[in-house]
Design a protein around this ligand. Structure first.
Ligand code: URA
Length: 246
């Protein structure tokens, strides 16, 4: 049997109305448990019970998980005085406790997970988990095998410790603009830009294409989002719940 919780809490978690609206609906007999009207807000229900308002089923879904293709120009925050935030892009009446898992810079595009599952977010962001993040970037100037070697041996970006070894794949190298994929296992502030700065180069376009084995859906245009599938969620849990292998 699923977890037991109060009827009014169940309805409030699902954001169907304010606390006082919910109380009043219950008193008026508009809420049913397994087709039987229930007049007690404190009645204990489980997620296996069928709860309905005026005959309309309200399914309990504690956590929401979205994959967003973050566009450039919006900030990775829940609210901001000046700028549009990634949360402004998510159209749901249950957005009150949603937040982005980590940050992408304002000018960075790509994969950002939006959820209200603090536990999963914590695991994905924990330095101990060393969750892989893959970025596609365009770089001003020629990216070389020496850069790849420097990144692989752990480059210093002016912090106490050097970066963890990172994998640089050169897609196209030219004196003008190079294209690369870079896999990193941590999330230091402006990390990709600072790693290239450390080898005297500049990132001119940056997009995260994958995180924790979850790949950005190519059908999502910048600003678009969709729910994670069960398999994608399992993948994120698998990668963050396993013991670190040495
Ligand atoms: N590294 C950066 O420099 N910026 C980002 O947004 C993400 C990683």
């Amino acid at each position: 049997m699923g977890k037991l919780l109060r009827l009014d809490k169940y309805l409030s978690d699902m954001n169907v109305g304010t606390r006082s609206e919910i109380k009043s609906w219950i008193r008026k007999g508009r809420i049913s448990i397994n087709s039987i009207p229930c007049l007690r807000p404190e009645e204990k229900v489980s997620t296996e019970d069928e709860i309905s308002l005026d005959g309309q089923r309200i399914i309990y879904e504690r956590y929401l998980y979205f994959m967003l293709n973050k566009p450039a120009g919006v900030v990775s925050a829940t609210e901001d005085k000046r700028d549009k935030t990634v949360l402004d892009l998510i159209d749901t009446d249950r957005r009150k406790d949603l937040f982005p898992v980590g940050r992408l810079d304002k000018d960075t595009e790509g994969l950002l997970i939006i959820t209200n599952d603090g536990d999963l977010a914590h695991r994905l962001l924990s330095p101990k988990k060393e969750v892989d993040k893959v970025y596609y970037a365009k770089i001003n100037g020629r990216v070389t095998a020496d850069d790849a070697e420097a990144f692989l041996s752990g480059i210093s970006i002016g912090e106490d410790k050097p970066c963890l070894p990172a994998k640089l794949d050169i897609i196209k190298s030219s004196n003008h603009i190079s294209e690369i994929n870079l896999t990193i296992y941590e999330g230091k502030y402006h990390q990709v830009k600072r790693m290239f700065e450390a080898v005297g180069k500049e990132v001119i376009y940056l997009k995260r294409i994958s995180m924790g084995g979850l790949t950005l859906d190519s059908l999502l245009k910048p600003g678009d989002y969709r729910r994670l599938t069960i398999d994608e969620l399992k993948q994120l849990n698998k990668i963050t719940l396993r013991e670190k292998e040495y």
